[in-house]
Ligand binder design. Structure first.
Ligand SMILES: [Zn+2]
Ligand SMILES: [Zn+2]
Length: 192
């Protein structure tokens, strides 16, 4: 799992100039959802050579090995493979009358890799930005431990048991999100 270094300062990453902006996954290089290649590979959707490849999962019938960032961003990869990058049932509930937010999240946003089931957090009636993989130590170093665990999703007992054991790359893994509207940090936790 990727260390949380720079996780809150993701916007300064020069590599972001090379890809479309994903508001729900703003630095997919830092989270390793995208990998830079030394040799170009062919995107299986648009057929063009790409030097940046999606390494995350897609829920689709076909096996898909190489997708370029553009084909994820414009929705063409999800359409072509009838796939989703995030399970649309495993998200916090929001009110989304025209379905545009859920469409952007599951069809036009690179996913992340959970140990069991990736859940996408929401706040202020919108999906949050996924910032990266964290443990309790990283949250403390970033100065957001209390903010991130002050979370009505968890009972007091769950907080004690899970959060004290949450180690980046360990058996209890944390996933850090930030609300796009009020800036609040939220986490999701799963375990082996
Ligand atoms: Zn492509
Ligand atoms: Zn909010």
């Amino acid at each position: 799992m990727i260390m949380a270094k720079n996780i809150l300062d993701f916007r300064s990453d020069e590599r972001l100039k090379k890809i479309p902006f994903f508001k729900y996954h703003p630095n997919p290089f830092l989270t390793e959802a995208f990998q830079e290649l030394s040799e170009p590979e062919k995107c299986e959707c648009c057929g063009k050579d790409t030097l940046i490849k999606y390494t995350g999962g897609i829920y689709a019938v076909e096996e898909v090995d190489c997708l370029c960032p553009e084909c994820i961003s414009d929705g063409s990869a999800a359409e072509r493979f009838d796939g989703e990058f995030q399970d649309g049932y495993s998200v916090d509930k929001i009110i989304d009358p025209d379905g545009s937010k859920i469409d952007e999240l599951i069809h036009k946003t690179p996913g992340y890799r959970g140990i069991q089931q990736e859940c996408w957090r929401a706040h202020c009636n919108d999906f949050c930005a996924f910032l990266g993989y964290v443990g309790a130590e990283e949250l403390r170093e970033l100065g957001i431990y209390n903010a991130a665990i002050d979370n009505d999703r968890w009972t007091e007992e769950q907080k004690e048991n899970l959060l004290k054991n949450m180690v980046n790359g360990g058996w209890v893994q944390g996933y850090l999100f930030q609300c796009l509207h009020c800036g609040r940090y939220l986490i999701w936790v799963d375990y082996d």
